[in-house]
Design a protein around this ligand. Structure first.
Ligand code: 5GP
Ligand code: ZN
Length: 114
């Protein structure tokens, strides 16, 4: 996956502002934040989209959710509230083809999905 920007962030060949890391997951600040808190949480293993994750890969999704709890605490939005989003494929708004979860917070997010 040498052409994948998020794999390059995992490898350290593209810099990022790391928020959290464990053996399965890396979390870093989004380069174009849409909210005061905007963290990208990725599995270190490359899955192109949510739909590509197989049953063995569910441990990565579990680890991403657990990382989301930790990131929310680190960014002090755990009590205020936040939103997690996974964009999948074109109509879902996915642009980077390495599975990732957005964690957004720090303001009153608009109601609705779009
Ligand atoms: P998507 O629309 O695929 O769900 O979101 C991709 C996100 O990755 C966007 O919010 C974009 O700003 C972020 N992003 C893309 N390239 C980079 C990068 O090189 N570094 C960081 N930190 N974020 C990136
Ligand atoms: Zn990748």
């Amino acid at each position: 996956m040498e052409e994948c920007i998020f794999c390059k962030i995992v490898a350290g060949t593209i810099p990022s502002r790391k928020v959290y890391e464990d053996e399965r997951v890396l979390a870093f600040d989004d380069i174009h934040p849409m909210a005061p808190v905007h963290v990208i949480i990725i599995p270190k293993r490359h899955w192109a989209t949510l739909m590509d994750v197989d049953s063995a890969g569910m441990a990565d999704l579990q680890a991403m959710m657990a990382a989301g709890q930790e990131v929310a605490r680190l960014k002090k939005v755990d009590q205020r509230g936040f939103r997690v989003v996974i964009n999948c494929n074109k109509e879902g708004g996915q642009v980077v083809w390495h599975l990732h979860m957005h964690l957004l917070g720090g303001l009153r997010l608009k109601d609705g999905l779009a």
